[in-house]
Design a protein around this ligand. Structure first.
Ligand code: ARG
Length: 272
């Protein structure tokens, strides 16, 4: 009977064990979060994570393929097995660790505000100051300083981000928060004067501010936030329990750190 079954269904046990490594690892990325990831006019994906992801996979001897996925669908899509990994500027947070796993981080991230250079928020004080939200006292100090200035202002964030979570935790009631499906939409609304500020990761904000059509958008030198609810670095997101895939990708990340590839790509895409 086993023989007949295996002829009909293929070898018993051919179905991938839950923690086995997929033959092709499908990696989801938004393709709209430059310089991490973006879509070129010809429709192909490019950016820091696309190049780095290929290098990580090559070193881990994995066959990988990037697929585009809206940001607010990356976690549901991962858990529905539409793809096997997420590489989309996604920060490791305690809230996310309840529903996904992460590889080792391959990039740090810090967050700040973009505003109109001629607007009322262009002179937010605390220039250059950095705050770790991991330290409640420090977080409180930063918030006490910015809260009165932001009172009644309209601030844009991308949906399902650490930035939306930050606003919800610390500034609800003080400001009007608008959540956007894509960062491009909040960028355009700031430029059009429909927002007083954007709260987002520094690198994408700086990439926007460098575009000629965003000549009036400036990224404030301070305050800068990281840690606490803003997490601890950017990593690949994986389904829980995919221990073998995680181990292979972590090896790949170790290798691109050790041989200088990560540093080289970081300089190329982030100038840092
Ligand atoms: N680092 C932030 C977070 O993890 C923002 C990531 C947004 N990524 C994107 N592809 N739009 O919440």
């Amino acid at each position: 009977l086993a023989l007949i079954l295996s002829l009909a269904l293929g070898p018993v046990g051919a179905a991938r064990a839950d923690d086995a490594v997929p033959a092709t690892v499908r990696i989801a990325t938004e393709g709209a979060y430059a310089p991490y990831n973006f879509t070129k006019p010809d429709g192909t994906l490019d950016g820091y994570e696309i190049e780095l992801g290929r290098e990580i996979c090559a070193r881990a001897k994995l066959k990988c393929e990037f697929v585009a996925q809206d940001w607010d669908g990356v976690v549901p899509g991962l858990n529905a097995k539409k793809f096997d990994a997420i590489m989309s500027g996604m920060t490791i947070t305690d809230a996310r660790l309840k529903v996904v796993d992460f590889t080792k981080p391959y990039s740090g991230d810090s967050s700040g505000f973009a505003v109109d250079r001629n607007g009322p928020l262009a002179k937010l004080p605390l220039g250059g100051q950095k705050f770790s939200l991991a330290d409640e006292a420090e977080a409180q100090k930063a918030l006490d300083a910015i809260k009165p200035l932001l009172k009644g202002k309209t601030v844009g964030v991308q949906v399902s981000t650490i930035h939306a979570a930050f606003m919800d935790k610390y500034l609800k009631g003080t400001i009007e928060v608008r959540e956007y499906k894509t960062t491009e939409q909040h960028d355009l609304d700031l430029a059009a004067g429909r927002l007083d500020a954007i709260f987002a990761n520094d690198a994408p904000l700086r990439a926007t501010a460098e575009k000629p059509e965003f000549a009036d958008t400036v990224v404030l030198a301070g305050p800068r936030f990281r840690g606490g609810i803003l997490g601890r670095g950017v990593a690949m997101g994986l389904r829980k329990g995919e221990t073998k895939l995680k181990a292979r990708l972590d090896e790949g990340i170790d290798a691109v750190i050790a041989d200088g590839t990560l540093k080289k790509l970081s300089l190329k895409w982030f100038k840092a």
